[in-house]
Design a protein around this ligand. Structure first.
Ligand code: IVH
Length: 422
């Protein structure tokens, strides 16, 4: 059965790729593709409801998908019998039409200044939050969603059309009918949705999830459409990949997508001399945003200039991610242990009261060497500031001397030295 459905899927996908209508010459291709996906989602939700008495997609998502499917069948009765090929629960790996690139990272204002120089000081620059979720690439044909892909390795992504439809935040139809449209955006949890999900998990006796970002990608990997729907993911579109429409700026592209009914990112265009100020302004709003961000994205507004500047294998040259200097967490130093490498080098390692940072529990950090340790002037029991350098590696960057009580103890020196001195 499995291999038969695989063969059918391959035939179906090849047909989609070379543009052969699948089931009937009177049903447009994109309609039969979408109907197949809808049928699969609804069948699963109905099966859970009727056979296992499980609450199906209880919210508006189910109703919206059901209404859409019923409308399609009313318009094209042939679909009722035929639209079933998309039902196999398999996620195909599909080549992207264009490489799905990443962004170059900048950690300092001087990097942003160098970027401005490389783009031209006369350019307008768009400034946007960098949402911390997962990339999704959406293909619409004649205003109908026909495929949603994950980023994958940038060349090939996974087909998550059914999951994206079940999520409820991805429009299945647009308010207009460009003959083709491919866009990219971020699927993510708002803080509110993530808290709700964790509250539900806690009351079901399940482990709570630590990181909104990895939970968003975990959610898209579920096979349970009802659960995907219930979790309440959000979508924000930030890149126009391809279409028969040709906007001349990023701002115009976002405005067209908004008019088409796609939720677009909030993007502000400013001249070069206002760019650092705009970045600082958005940085100041960071904690008030309803989603997690891990930086600010800067893009050249003019799309011709953007394309002319080209790309490396990793990122377009006309865009930059200004990463946040990470916010230090305060915690208390418990002890410093010395560890010795095979070559005999001693490294002090600080152990502190565990802190949650960026979805991980941190409780130790290297202090690199004795000079670094002494320069920080650490004492056991001190309140210390910990960051994740480059967004990952824990690093102690300072001591809150004003919180000292006088009970702090000196940090022991290198064991060898001490034993030699005895
Ligand atoms: S633009 C070709 N804009 O950041 C440029 N990316 O490392 C395409 N991201 O995986 C990216 N918010 O998923 C862009 N406003 C935004 C973004 C954004 C989040 C993510 C994106 C990508 C990562 C880049």
């Amino acid at each position: 059965m499995k291999s038969l459905s695989k063969i059918l899927n391959i035939l179906f996908l090849s047909a989609v790729l070379i543009g052969i209508p699948q089931f009937s010459f009177s049903v447009p291709e994109e309609i039969s593709v979408q109907a197949g996906y809808l049928k699969a989602i609804l069948a699963q939700a109905d099966e859970a409801y009727f056979n296992r008495d499980e609450s199906i997609m209880g919210n508006e998502a189910y109703d919206a998908l059901r209404r859409r499917y019923d409308q399609l069948v009313a318009d094209y009765p042939e679909l009722a019998e035929n639209a079933g090929v998309g039902a196999a629960d398999e996620r195909n790996t599909v080549p992207h039409q264009k490489p799905v690139l990443s962004l170059k990272k900048a950690y300092a204002d001087s990097d942003v200044e160098a970027f401005i120089e490389s783009c031209g000081t006369e350019s307008l620059f768009c400034v946007e939050p960098k949402i911390d979720g997962l990339t999704i690439v959406l293909h619409y044909q004649n205003g109908v969603l026909v495929r949603a892909l994950t980023r994958g390795d940038g060349k090939n992504g996974q087909d998550v059309t059914r999951e994206a439809m079940a999520a409820g935040c991805v429009p299945t139809t647009l308010k207009g009918k460009p003959s083709s449209l491919c866009v990219r955006g971020e699927l993510y949890f708002t803080q509110e949705a993530f808290e709700k999900l964790n509250a539900r998990r806690a009351s079901d006796g399940k482990k709570t999830l630590k990181s909104a970002r990895s939970s968003a990608s975990g959610t898209l990997r579920l096979y349970d459409y009802a659960e995907i729907s219930r979790r309440g993911l959000s979508l924000s579109i930030y890149e126009w990949i391809e279409s028969d429409l040709v906007p001349s700026t990023h701002q115009e592209a976002m405005a067209i997508l908004w008019e088409l009914g796609l939720p677009t990112i909030e993007s502000v265009a400013v001249p070069a001399d206002q760019l650092l100020g705009e970045i600082a302004r958005l940085n100041g709003r960071r904690s008030g945003l309803p989603f997690e961000t891990d930086g600010i994205v800067i893009k050249v507004n003019d799309r011709h200039r953007f394309n002319d500047m080209g790309a490396t294998a990793h990122h377009p040259r006309a865009a930059l991610a200004r990463k946040y200097r990470s916010k230090p967490e305060l915690t208390q130093l418990l002890r410093v242990e010395w560890s010795q490498s095979d070559a005999g080098k001693w490294t002090p390692v600080a152990h502190f009261v565990p802190v949650e940072m960026g979805g991980a529990t941190l409780q130790s950090a290297t202090l690199h060497n004795e000079n670094h340790l002494r320069a920080l002037d650490l004492r056991i029991g001190d309140w210390i500031q910990v960051i994740r350098a480059g967004g990952t590696v824990p690093e102690i960057i300072g001591v809150c001397t004003e919180r000292r009580t006088g009970k702090e103890k000196p940090v022991p020196g290198i064991p060898e030295k001490e034993s030699a001195e005895e």
